[in-house]
Design a protein around this ligand. Structure first.
Ligand SMILES: [Zn+2]
Length: 385
């Protein structure tokens, strides 16, 4: 299947089901993308954004077929196609017969189109595979997209000022190869009665990936990806109000592009003990502009962390360094954010933090002085606090 030119995207237009190519789908309503599964619907939107927000298309060269597949995977093991679905039990659970809640064999065959979408979804969102292996980069995350009325406007609303690394959208954790479509079992996803695929090859376990750089991920103040838990609401995540454990910073694409009242679609997966426990697919309106409030919260949380010890001398310097790094990223996103970040530093200047040592007050002041002189907060890192 040629992902760039074939009609593979399942759509419903005027009550009729069909497939569109990447270019044909652009003018349609974003709601017309309809696979029957929320994870697939979200994955397609992410993929369409990724095609435009990276150099992936160029990297495919003249032959963009066999999307996300490597022929070397055929040296690996053959798996039932249904195990590509996020909720399917892992190989280990089947081996030990512990797939009590999510049963094996739920989807015996997929048409070519659905199999490719399942492969992409698996590659980006599949959960931990045990022994510290992480087969997908975006698993256990909250990912936010700005949604507009048409597909094309939605794609454009989520493009970032800078192009992203290819593996932000197209990571290949394992080597995969879809077997030939030669079964007459109907597709378990869309019901198609064209010849279907019943198995795929997989070789290798993924290494633990580098910290993910994806412009649609919320992050913590330490720069790590933000893992949601079932007890935190979406709005809390977006407000960065999860003070107790981690503070979420809105994704770059939201900060750069979103306006109050925009529709935001959140997709997140929560894994526990290597099995999928929760999938959130929720749409809501952006309630407020982020930078100022978010940064103030960031600042408060930073101080709160400090306050835990009640001994400023034992302050976790790494936390401040990380907070500054992230504020720097915010500053790059425009004047409003620059001002807000500036306010944070005002707050960090210790009129109201008398417990700070003179050494630390001086250190903060020198950061500010450097900003006034050079326009840079972080040109000279002050390590003394
Ligand atoms: Zn299908």
């Amino acid at each position: 299947m040629n992902i760039l030119t074939d009609a593979w995207i399942p759509v419903v237009v005027g009550g009729k089901r069909s497939h569109c190519s990447v270019s044909e789908v652009q003018s349609l309503s974003e709601l017309s993308i309809s696979t029957g599964r929320s994870d697939f619907d979200f994955a397609i939107k992410l993929l369409l954004i990724g095609l435009k927000n990276t150099d992936y298309v160029e990297s495919l060269g003249d032959n963009p077929t066999r999307f996300l597949q490597r022929v070397s995977a055929k040296e690996g093991k053959l798996f039932p196609i249904g195990t590509l679905l996020l909720e399917s039990p892992g190989a280990n659970a089947i081996k030990h017969n512990t797939d009590f809640f999510v049963k094996r064999g739920g989807c015996a065959a997929m048409c070519t189109e659905c199999a490719h979408i399942a492969l992409y979804t698996q590659s980006q969102f599949a959960g931990a595979a045990g022994q510290g292996y992480y087969p997908a980069r975006l698993f256990h995350n909250a990912i936010y997209l700005i949604i507009k009325d048409t597909v094309e406007k939605t794609v454009n609303a989520n493009l970032t000022k800078e192009k992203q690394a290819i593996n932000a959208y197209f990571s290949e954790a394992c080597q995969y190869w879809l077997d030939d479509a030669n079964s007459d079992i109907p597709c378990g996803i869309c019901g198609s009665e064209k010849p279907t695929i019943t198995h795929f090859y997989k070789k290798g376990l993924a290494e633990r990936p580098d910290p993910v750089e994806n412009p649609h991920l919320a992050q913590t103040i330490s720069g790590r990806k933000y893992a949601i838990t079932p007890t935190q609401t979406l709005i809390d995540i977006m407000d960065g109000a999860a003070f107790d454990s981690a503070v979420a910073i809105p994704p770059v694409s939201i900060t750069e592009n979103a306006k109050i009242g925009d529709d935001i679609l959140c997709f997140s997966t929560f894994y526990d003990k290597a099995s999928l426990k929760l999938v959130v697919h929720e749409r809501f309106k952006l309630r407020e502009a982020f930078p100022r409030k978010m940064l103030m919260q960031l600042s408060k949380a930073t101080w709160q962390l400090k306050g835990r010890s009640n001994k400023p001398t034992e302050y976790d310097a790494g936390c401040v360094v990380d907070a500054r790094k992230n504020m720097a990223a915010r500053l790059l996103s425009g004047m409003d954010e620059g001002e807000a970040a500036f306010d944070v530093y005002q707050e960090m200047i210790p009129e109201n933090t008398l417990s700070l040592s003179k050494q630390r007050r001086d250190a903060i002041s020198s950061v500010m002085a450097n900003y006034y002189a050079t326009g840079e907060f972080f040109g000279k890192r002050t390590r003394s606090f």
